[in-house]
Write a protein that binds this ligand. Structure first.
Ligand SMILES: Cc1cc2nc3c(=O)[nH]c(=O)nc-3n(C[C@H](O)[C@H](O)[C@H](O)COP(=O)(O)OP(=O)(O)OC[C@H]3O[C@@H](n4cnc5c(N)ncnc54)[C@H](O)[C@@H]3O)c2cc1C
Length: 467
């Protein structure tokens, strides 16, 4: 039986980062995934393909709707969906292929098969039906095993995925035709991103959300403005609506006792993801789940079984690729006897629509609900020179700072490129920065990032370019 210092189950952003970091620290590592390519959900069917589609559809929308305002005549704009999808597949292949090269260069043993515990430190790996590496079922053992098996889309029990009409994001990144009417169930990041993609490409898109607002974790003022902009772009947004079923091309829902009907030729169910632990044999390893069926871990990501660790989407915390990556690096360091570290309070979250919405730390509404005394600085992109030059004046930056110390507690940004801009605030927060620090940091002109400096100044009512 082959023996390793560390075996990682699942080669998503959590698993592959863990494996790569462990090899850097001198460990002998095997990385197992049932998929033929590395990168997990994120690279294969998540972050990367969705962003490729968002970029392509954004170019299409620009050519159709905005080019003329810049003095660019493009004539008739036509969609070539097969090419758009082929490009997306090529982007995915470049990313997953790049990872395979990195794994080879780092001498990580990569195995393609489904792993299952047979005893606390022993795994059985079954290759896929068509054969893999290994070609037959094998047993492996290791001092440490990291479970990084990620998550799977949540299914509505009364509306099961059928792969063609009622679908998950796995299918909605690859529709062979633009659906005439697409209903998206769930107004979170995945639903709004893929809803935006198909809306830009010509679908009539309705987003049906159970909660009173979309992207519920954001402040009310951010959501109100975001929803207004998306509606202007053509998305129909129905909040407070509980989906009850789908039959004969009509999705039904209820709001305040009233029946709602939404005709749809495709329904994308994007109501969340569940931790994926199916058929892992966790009971044979002594690994316990928590009340939400996530793998139970302590503050060093150790499970209830000695020598078994868990990271990423399969444990508590935001289901985000960069959070999984940080978990993975820290666990590799802990296993190697180093001082790993993750600041789970500062995981930025982004919705990659246009404009984007990004946040980190505490929002204004949450701070006030918790009775914390805060000062909030807000600056509109409509008063930012670069935003006006680029034609992206929608949105604003909000900085939330402690009223007594001025320390930054959080930020929310609605605006073009908000996902890039939020990193600056994360860095300031990592160093315990104050709103004044942000306001006194020189920002190049003209950049969208000047709105962050101004929002920092606005915390003490001293923004320069605002009334
Ligand atoms: C459409 C979509 C868009 C997204 N966009 C973003 C984004 O823009 N930014 C962001 O941060 N996050 C995004 N996410 C979320 C992100 O993909 C996940 O948070 C991230 O992939 C989690 O990483 P992970 O390593 O925990 O697990 P995964 O990436 O899910 O990887 C787990 C791997 O484990 C393998 N596996 C499972 N069980 C076994 C087994 N028994 N044996 C062998 N292998 C097994 C699976 O095949 C899979 O490859 C998106 C998700 C979706 C669906």
């Amino acid at each position: 039986m082959d023996s390793y210092d560390l075996i990682v189950i699942g080669a998503g952003p959590g698993g592959y980062v863990c494996a790569f970091r462990a090899v850097q620290l001198g460990l002998k590592v095997a990385l197992i995934d049932k998929r033929a390519t590395l990168g997990g959900t994120c690279l294969n069917v998540g972050c990367i393909p969705s962003k490729a589609l968002l970029h392509s559809s954004e170019h299409f929308a620009f050519a159709r709707r905005h080019a003329a305002a810049h003095g660019i005549k493009v004539g008739a704009v036509e969609l070539d969906l097969p090419t758009l999808l082929k490009r997306k597949d090529e982007v995915v292949a470049k990313n997953t292929g790049g990872l395979a090269l990195l794994a080879k260069a780092r001498k990580v043993t990569v195995l393609n098969g489904t792993a299952r515990f047979t005893a606390p430190q022993t795994l059985e790996v079954t290759p896929p039906a068509g054969g893999g590496v290994p070609s037959t079922r094998i047993q492996l053992t290791a001092k440490h095993i990291v479970i990084a098996t990620g998550s799977a889309p949540v299914e509505l029990p009364f509306m099961k995925f059928d792969g063609s009409t009622v679908v998950s994001s796995d299918d909605a990144i690859a529709f062979a035709e633009v659906p005439k009417k697409l209903v998206v169930v769930g107004g979170g990041a995945i639903g709004l991103e893929l809803g935006s993609v198909w809306s830009r490409l010509g679908s009539e898109v309705t987003v049906v959300e159970f909660l009173p607002k979309i992207v519920a974790a954001y402040d009310d003022d951010v959501v109100r403005n975001f929803a207004r902009i998306l509606t202007k772009q053509g998305l129909r947004i129905e909040t407070g609506a509980k989906v009850t079923g789908f039959a004969r091309g009509v999705l039904t829902a209820e709001r305040d006792g009233q029946k709602l009907e939404f005709p749809a030729d495709k329904v994308l169910v994007a109501v969340g993801r569940r931790p994926f632990t199916d058929q892992l044999g966790l009971d044979l390893a002594g690994v316990q789940l928590d009340e939400k069926k996530r793998i139970r871990v302590d503050d060093h990501l150790r499970t209830t079984a000695a020598g078994v660790w868990a990271i990423g989407d399969v444990i508590a915390g935001p289901m985000l690729a960069h959070k999984a990556e940080e978990d993975g690096a820290a666990v590799a360091e802990w296993i190697a006897g180093k001082a790993g570290h993750v600041n789970w309070d500062l995981v930025p979250a982004i919705v990659y629509t246009d404009p984007e919405v990004a946040s980190v730390g505490l929002g204004e509404d949450a701070a006030k609900a918790a009775g914390r005394a805060v000062n909030v600085g807000r600056f509109n992109f409509a008063a930012n020179g670069r935003a006006l030059a680029a034609g992206t004046p929608d949105g604003f930056v909000k900085i939330i700072a402690d009223a007594a110390t001025d320390r930054i507690l959080g930020a929310q940004i609605l605006g073009h490129g908000a996902g890039e801009l939020i990193s600056e605030v994360v860095t300031h927060m990592e160093y315990g920065g104050s709103a004044e620090d942000l306001g006194r940091t020189i920002h190049a002109h003209p950049t969208m990032s000047e709105a962050i400096k101004e929002a920092g100044l606005a915390v003490s009512k001293s923004a320069i370019h605002a009334i």
